[in-house]
Ligand binder design. Structure first.
Ligand code: F6R
Length: 617
């Protein structure tokens, strides 16, 4: 959350910052700002509320003057509403030192720091926690520190929370200093200029060489080079990685929204996963497990947030069914604070598209400190979680830009399905049975493609749903998590309140909500042995005049009597083995949410109040 870009040593500094911020807009989009220092070190700042375009317009109307150093920020508000006063960069100074800062994350003890700094003469203008940062650093410079690196090092010791920030000293236009704890920050390395960014994407086309900072590293960049010190203040060499970011800049490629493009990329994503992680001849899974002895795994925690946690639930169903190893799936924000017991032989799996979600990362670190083997399923193999893991499964989904996750969810379910089979193989499931399931997985790209070609029935339903103020989603077995994901998607982008339950739970309370105005989406497959039970649940909705929507497979549809069929809205998916049902049933729910949102005219790719990468807790 929040995007940071910093440039030093490039006469195009402001333009590079603005372009970088456009690419980081997925991290927050309620306000943005840029600051630069001119040839004499004089500060110029521009800020605007709303999408980045507002800042671009502001800079076009009020140009900033030439400079080779600039800092920029795109904000997802935590402390203080979106406003130009609360937008970053924030400037503050004590004595001769005035500093300007951009920040991602939360300084949790900002109240006490504010009081302390106010007693030294600080004048706070905003409601943000960020504004304490320049003052605390200025106080360090006034007292003990000789250099910016020393001052940032001393100041960081006073900050609690997880954060990344970059700071510029007014009057010194040849260096920037940055640090991180929990939140991401990398350095783009180039000739005669260097860069900071929350995500390498910001610097695509500028450099392909990146240094990923470790927690509590302090980095100073200048046109001449990069100097990194570790948490103890000692100079350290961090590896420089070369990244190819060209495919990340591909744009919408003719699709109206990134979300629609990403939905359509799913067949290719599944194919890439199967090609990378299964043997072509024997059809067996080959996920990289590092030194993990799968046969010795006795217990698994799968920890994730949001959509990733629903993929984790699908993983639990499959692992427990096929590998017979008990699995706990839990949202990271709960797991990290409840001091869970870790059984010997336990495996900890984090599932995260971004690999940066603060709660999941903290849970991972807790488990790692407890000696658990750490496996990470992520779409970003340079992310903090990937770097902390013992083994990494690349989701191979390609960059996901739309805030609402689609292709990464399918990639998570597909890789977790392979993991379930690989674990099952290590525990004795026959190669024959495993290859049957992998054969089913291989049909998935075609089934997804076919579903994407005729979306008219979903369009009609979406137009009807624009009038809904509330919805229910129900599913059983491995389709229960898909119901949760469907409800999350329609909440996120169409702003319709939606609840999801395991179908059998409806009668234990939620049924009180059912009336003629409530659309209830039921998921039922004829291939999991639970079809009749789910139909009974939808009859209970029908009997109370609820609007029954049934998504079932073509075989399931033939099992309905005419009376039932006439009373509901029926949508069909292909009949497939239960092993791949979760992925197949996901597709209509994604499209339904997308079409409902577009019919309502919401901002599909950047829905209100959200950000793609949740780096605050
Ligand atoms: C919903 C969505 C979020 C994320 C969640 C975890 O569409 O995208 O619920 O799934 O914030 O993010 P990652 O997977 O990056 O850890």
């Amino acid at each position: 959350m929040c995007g940071i870009v910093g440039v030093v040593g490039n006469p195009e500094a402001q333009q590079i910052v603005l372009t970088g911020l456009q690419r980081l807009e997925y991290r927050g989009y309620d306000s943005a700002g840029i600051a630069s220092l001119g040839a004499e070190g004089q500060l110029t700042t521009r800020k605007a509320v709303g999408k980045l375009q507002a800042l671009l317009d502001e800079v076009a109307t009020n140009p900033m003057g030439p400079s080779t150093i600039a800092l920029g920020h795109t904000r997802w508000a935590t402390h203080g509403a979106p406003s130009t006063t609360n937008a970053h960069p924030h400037t503050g100074g004590l004595g001769p030192n005035t500093l300007t800062v951009v920040h991602n994350g939360i300084i949790e003890n900002y109240q006490e720091l504010k009081s302390e700094m106010a007693s030294l003469g600080a004048k706070f203008l905003s409601e943000t926690d960020t504004e304490t940062i320049p003052y605390v650093i200025a106080a360090s410079l006034a007292h003990s520190a000789d250099t910016m690196a020393q001052a940032v090092h001393a100041a960081s010791k006073k900050f609690r929370g997880s954060f990344a920030f970059v700071v510029m000293k007014n009057g010194e236009n040849n260096q920037l200093t940055g640090t991180r704890r929990g939140a991401p920050l990398c350095i783009g390395v180039a000739e005669n200029a260097n860069y900071f960014a929350s995500d390498p994407l910001a610097l695509a086309g500028i450099t392909s060489k990146f240094i990923f900072l470790e927690d509590d590293d302090i980095a100073t960049i200048s046109p001449q080079g990069v100097e990194v010190r570790d948490a103890t203040g000692k100079p350290v060499e961090r590896p420089v990685k070369t990244l190819d970011l060209s495919t990340d800049l591909a744009g919408k490629q003719g699709y109206k929204h990134f979300m629609l493009k990403e939905i359509h990329e799913q067949p290719a994503v599944v194919s890439s996963i199967l090609q990378a992680y299964t043997t072509a001849d024997t059809l067996l899974p080959t996920l990289p497990m590092g030194s993990l002895n799968l046969a010795g795994v006795t217990y698994i925690n799968i920890i994730a947030c949001g959509t990733a946690s629903y993929a984790a639930m699908v993983g639990k169903y499959l692992i427990e069914q096929y590998a017979r190893v008990p699995v706990n799936v839990e949202v990271a924000s709960e797991f990290r604070y409840r001091n869970p017991p870790y059984p010997p032989g336990g495996l900890f799996i984090a599932v995260s598209q971004s690999g940066e979600t603060a709660d999941t990362l903290a849970a991972l670190e807790h488990a790692k400190a407890a000696g658990q083997h750490i496996l990470v399923f992520t779409n970003v193999t340079t992310s903090s979680m990937a770097r902390a893991a013992h083994a990494v499964i690349d989701l191979m989904a390609g960059r996901e830009i739309a805030v609402a996750s689609t292709k990464a969810f399918t990639a998570m379910m597909t890789t977790l399905s392979l993991f379930a089979l690989q674990l099952a193989a290590a525990r004795g499931l026959s190669a024959k049975e495993i290859s049957t399931h992998i054969t089913a997985l291989r049909t998935l790209p075609n089934h997804i493609t076919n579903q994407l070609t005729n979306t008219k029935p979903l369009e009609d339903l979406a137009n009807h749903l624009t009038a809904a103020s509330s919805m229910l989603y129900l599913g059983r077995g491995s389709l229960a998590p898909i119901a949760f994901e469907g409800a999350l998607k329609i909440k996120e982008i169409a702003y319709i309140h939606a609840e999801a339950y395991a179908s059998g739970e409806m009668k234990n309370g939620p049924i009180a909500l059912v009336d003629k105005n409530l659309p209830v989406v039921n998921l039922a497959t004829s291939t999991d042995g639970l079809f009749e039970k789910t139909v009974s649940n939808l009859k209970e909705v029908e009997a109370r005049q609820g609007q029954v929507i049934l998504i079932t497979d073509t075989e399931g549809a033939t099992k309905l009597d005419t009376h039932t069929r006439d009373k509901l809205t029926l949508l069909t998916v292909p009949t497939v083995p239960a092993f791949i049902s979760p992925m197949v049933f996901t597709i209509p729910l994604q499209i339904l949410a997308y079409l409902t949102a577009t019919a309502k005219g919401t901002d599909v790719d950047q829905p209100r109040n959200l950000a793609k990468s949740v780096t605050v807790e």
